[in-house]
Design a protein. Structure first.
Length: 209
């Protein structure tokens, strides 16, 4: 693994799948913005980034989620693209930064990307897998979750975070960030910085004696 692709989504709600409540059927909440930054694992430097707004049906969203994410219809009309092309653009970006080697069932070698993110296991990955549906999602099955990493970090060094939220971790590590912005690109840059601070600190604490 030479690179980590940190990813963050803004969505129109918290449900990645359609659900049935009583006799009512509620659609899945859509992904409305995707952002990534790519970190070189050797230098810990950001070497590339990606951001795309995705056009969506407002009726499939929780109005509170759109308000929280700062949704402006005029901005999405100007900069957004529909789901299919947005998914293709993300796939090309992921393939560009795929460094995890795999072997197919037919014995053919290929590579996928290593994803990272804040609470990515419980939030972003379910949305992305639903979004890709039957399409090939070019990422490794494993991912790097900064929330999980922060939990392990607190155990290893004996510190206690007020919570493992992105805002509290950013405050603890003195990373500048407006936690109320809810912009995917701004958020994912903070995630990458949180990862970098924890990994560099852990490496500095390792004794080779």
């Amino acid at each position: 693994m030479d690179k980590i692709v940190f990813i963050d989504l803004e969505t129109g709600g918290l449900c990645p799948h359609a659900r049935v409540v009583g006799e009512s059927v509620y659609p899945a909440n859509p992904i409305i913005q995707i952002a990534c930054v790519v970190m070189d694992c050797d230098t810990m430097a950001i070497v590339d980034e990606f951001e795309q707004k995705v056009k969506f049906n407002e009726h499939e969203c929780d109005p509170k989620a759109l308000q929280l994410n700062g949704y402006q219809r005029s901005v999405w009309d100007e900069h957004g693209i529909v789901k299919g092309p947005a998914r293709e653009k993300l796939s090309e970006f992921l393939k560009k930064h795929s460094t995890v080697e795999k072997i197919s069932k037919a014995g053919k070698p290929y590579k996928v990307a290593m994803l990272g993110g804040q609470n990515i296991s419980n939030f972003d990955i379910p949305f992305l897998r639903s979004w890709y549906d039957q399409e090939f999602f070019p990422v490794d099955y494993h991912c790097i979750d900064t929330m999980t990493l922060a939990h392990l970090y607190s155990i290893l060094i004996g510190c206690k975070f007020p919570s493992l939220s992105q805002q509290k971790l950013a405050e603890h590590f003195k990373i500048e960030w407006d936690g109320k912005a809810h912009d995917a690109l701004a958020d994912v840059k903070v995630t990458a910085q949180i990862y970098k601070v924890m990994i560099e600190d852990l490496k500095a604490r390792i004794s080779w004696d």
